[in-house]
Design a protein around this ligand. Structure first.
Ligand SMILES: C[S@@+](CC[C@H](N)C(=O)[O-])C[C@H]1O[C@@H](n2cnc3c(N)ncnc32)[C@H](O)[C@@H]1O
Length: 283
């Protein structure tokens, strides 16, 4: 039998884990979004991984509102004329198949080869609603990513970058250089990302760090909050609270509902567990 530490063998296994929460949401009668591909993509392994992480299950509201808020910001940007979406570390995300996107939008998915091979095998001949391109790219390879960003940045006027569930695994220095490389691409104008506070990173590391060790260390939670990105070419335009959103959607336990009544705060959080879905604009 696999031990907990063997269950998550590498960073790409976290994509199976994330897909499980989209599958479970889809199966609810009152689903706030539906991803008809998620169950197949998550597979049995995804479900086994999710069941091995009860702390994560208790935060189902955080997974569901992350998807919901990314969807919201993406649609808002497309309505404002975005011509390209670049989903970095796309994993098993199926937005180009499940969302009502304009058919002319160019949607780029970049991730490591193994997970994209798996995804293509599962999705088979399913048809995306827009123009979809997949790029096998190791984002840690700075030269290759600059080449890709440069090409896409020249081919777009108003591109939106997504990094969903990626940055928390990176050292702050790597996030800073990634931000600078993204800012250097001419058409890259907006960036949607999820951000944790130092207090939340500590809490996640304490409760799930050992099981996630195969994927790396949960580490990025800058003390500056969303302002971290300002010296690196990006400024926060909007920050949405998954907790307050989950309260509005009536997805919280009583205890978390009480926590959601505290005043919203999007600046420095210190040891307070906090997360935000951030829309950044190029400076
Ligand atoms: C938690 S999953 C998130 C996947 C997807 N964005 C979602 O929200 O469902 C993290 C993803 O980051 C990808 N990833 C991590 N390091 C990467 C790298 N150096 N280059 C490309 N992708 C990477 C993994 O393969 C995995 O698909």
């Amino acid at each position: 039998m696999a031990t907990e530490t063997q269950l998550i063998r590498n960073i790409s296994d976290t994509a199976l884990w994330a897909a499980v929460y989209r599958a479970r949401e889809t199966e609810r009668p009152d689903a706030i979004f539906r991803d008809p591909f998620a169950r197949r993509l998550a597979g049995e392994r995804g479900e086994v991984i999710a069941r091995s992480l009860p702390f994560s299950d208790r935060a189902t509201w955080a997974w569901v509102t992350r998807t919901y808020l990314f969807d919201y910001f993406i649609m808002e940007q497309l309505e404002r004329g975005a011509d390209m979406v670049v989903n970095l570390a796309a994993g098993l995300d199926a937005r180009p198949y499940r969302m009502a996107l304009p058919s002319s939008v160019r949607w780029i998915e970049a991730d490591l080869p193994g997970i994209l091979d798996y995804k293509e095998e599962i999705l088979g001949s399913e048809k995306p609603v827009c123009v979809l391109e997949r790029i096998r790219l190791d984002l840690a390879n700075v030269k290759n990513r600059k080449d890709v960003f440069g090409r896409l940045g020249r081919e777009s006027q108003k591109a939106v970058i997504l990094t969903e569930g990626l940055l928390i695994y990176l050292p702050a220095q790597d996030v800073a250089t990634l931000a600078e490389d993204l800012a250097a691409a001419p058409g890259f104008q907006r960036w949607i990302l999820d951000l944790a506070s130092p207090g939340l990173v500590r809490m996640l590391q304490k409760n799930m760090g050992a099981q996630l060790a195969g994927a790396g260390t949960l580490q990025f939670g800058p003390w500056e909050g969303p302002e971290f990105f300002t010296p690196h070419g990006w400024q926060p335009l909007e920050v949405a609270s998954p907790l307050k959103t989950a309260a509005k959607l009536k997805r919280l336990s009583w205890g978390m509902h009480l926590a959601s009544l505290l005043p919203a705060s999007n600046g420095r959080q210190g040891s307070r567990p906090w997360s935000g879905i951030c829309l950044l604009g190029k400076r």
